[in-house]
Design a protein around this ligand. Structure first.
Ligand code: AHR
Length: 497
């Protein structure tokens, strides 16, 4: 099979905001306790953070990490996680029905993020709490000193403010599972007023208003329209969440499901722009895709979980080869919408639906999805170029006219680097893709990385990386065209300099 891609260096979608390579750590399962934090582990540093896990995170170049939830935040009292550890309460977390020991809280997480080389995206509780707790938290984190909450932070051993810039106004507040679920009108009002007070404490912060918790929600996209009526002026971003799964074991349909993601992004963008017109606003609302990933492998096991354990394994999906392809497809989609998507968080980072897995007391290892995420994050910085693709297409149970070839191209002019991200979704055939690159003929291919495996269901385990990239991809110049050979069901990264 053959496909063609036309590129022009002048056809720029937008500068890629590096925060689209963000991730997420929630207090649930073994994400924090037994994941990033395990004081008795031989690899633990002086604060109890696992250095082997930190090393794997650093390789991903994660620019921002959302924290502390997730559903958990909707019943969380942030004060519980501050002050001397021995005084912190053990609480029942109703969202995940586990014990929260509060041994890690705001200050420790800020330290952890610094060690990982990341910023913090902090979520406030709009389930059981509201304006008061949120504005106090902003004061605690960001005010230099000389006030009640900033002095308390200093007393807790943090003389300097954390300068947390990005804040989420609650989490998935439309969901029936959410503690303190709200109607769109209720949420719009409380989010607008909370955001206003938070920005009055620190005008430099940016706010994310909650969109629907998924495009499948019955209230989507009315939720966006109604809530933005209230929050358009106060918020800077609206959130989108989407999880994928191959429950029906139909791999071709599964790989096509980024079409649904495209639709979701376009619809939310349209609703935002409708509100912009209606409000005669000069501001363009940007998107924060602050939860996305594959999530389905662990659902059955989670239903059998015993209640009120401390850090039990929860949402521990073990990913296979086709999941890595899906993750690559999502990242390509984000790059194609770089003009509106300014942040995105792979949910999550360690153990809980995560690219990194740990053994309690043992090693840490990379799941299959680690690789496309790392490639995009490390190489996908620059401007996203418009790629005009003509590719043979396929139909599935749910989708029609899905191109076999999906691609995004990032140009970093400063470093003189062009990176092609390319997915071949054909399960049986190779596709040769010709990129018309008249502006880049002076560049040479420095590597063509490929992630592939004959068995789409194969997974990685501790000590056995069945799925890892190799550098034997075939790309060669033919005049002003770069001819890229892609094997069936493969993720490809072609780097030119
Ligand atoms: O990431 C796991 C959960 O998924 C989050 O807590 C919640 O926001 C979403 O439903």
């Amino acid at each position: 099979k053959k496909a063609n891609v036309l590129l022009d260096k002048g056809a720029v979608i937008a500068e890629v905001d590096e925060r689209i390579y963000g991730s997420f750590i929630e207090h649930m399962g073994r994400a924090v306790y037994g994941g990033i934090y395990e004081p008795d582990h031989p690899e633990a540093d002086e604060q109890g953070f696992r250095q082997d896990v930190l090393a794997l995170i650093r390789q991903l170049h994660v620019p921002i990490i959302r924290y502390p939830g997730g559903n958990m935040v909707s019943a969380y009292n942030w004060e519980d996680g501050t002050g001397p550890k021995e005084n912190r309460p053990r609480k029942l977390d109703p969202a995940w029905q586990v014990i929260e020991t509060n041994q890690v809280g705001t200050n420790e997480f800020a330290d952890f993020a610094k060690k990982a080389g990341s910023e913090v995206m902090m979520a406030v509780n709009l389930g059981t709490r509201g304006i008061d707790a949120a504005r106090n938290l902003v004061e605690y984190c960001n005010h230099p000193g000389g006030s009640c909450w900033s002095d308390l932070r200093q007393k807790h051993g943090y003389p300097l403010p954390h300068h947390i810039k990005t804040w989420c106004l609650g989490n998935e507040m439309d969901g029936p599972w959410q503690i303190g679920q709200k109607t769109a009108g209720e949420y719009g009002r409380i989010a607008a007023e909370t955001g206003k007070a938070m920005k009055q404490i620190d005008p430099s912060i940016e706010l994310v208003t909650c969109g629907s918790s998924g495009a499948g929600m019955p209230t989507f996209p009315e939720w966006e329209a109604v809530t933005l009526e209230h929050t358009y002026e106060t918020a800077d971003y609206i959130s989108l969440h989407q999880y994928f799964g191959n429950e029906e074991n139909d791999s071709q349909n599964y790989l096509a499901s980024t079409i649904e993601l495209e639709r979701f992004i376009r619809t939310v963008t349209s609703v935002c722009d409708y509100l912009k017109a209606k409000k005669r606003s000069r501001k363009t609302m940007m998107l924060s895709f602050d939860e996305w990933n594959v999530w389905y492998h662990s659902k059955e096991a989670d239903e059998k979980q015993e209640l009120w354990q401390t850090a039990p394994p929860q949402l521990e999906d073990r990913y296979n080869m086709e999941d890595a392809l899906l993750v690559g497809g999502v990242l390509i989609t984000f790059l194609k919408h770089a003009d509106r998507i300014r942040m995105a968080c792979l949910a999550q980072l360690v153990n809980v639906i995560a690219p990194i897995v740990t053994e309690n007391g043992g090693g840490a290892w990379k799941q299959t999805i680690y690789y496309p995420y790392m490639h995009a994050s490390v190489f996908g910085r620059g401007v996203s170029l418009q790629a005009v693709v003509s590719s043979p297409a396929f139909d599935t149970k749910e989708f029609t006219d899905v191109p076999y070839v999906d691609t995004a191209v990032v140009w970093n002019e400063e470093k003189a680097e062009l990176t092609i991200f390319l997915l071949n979704k054909h399960l049986k055939e190779d596709v040769v893709v010709r990129y018309s690159l008249k502006d880049f003929t002076h560049y040479r291919v420095i590597e063509h990385l490929v992630l592939e495996h004959g068995n789409l269901k194969v997974k990685n385990t501790l000590g056995k990386e069945n799925v890892k990239p190799h550098r034997n991809g075939q790309s060669e110049w033919a005049g002003t065209d770069l001819q890229v050979k892609t094997n069936k069901a493969s993720w490809n990264v072609v780097r030119l300099q």
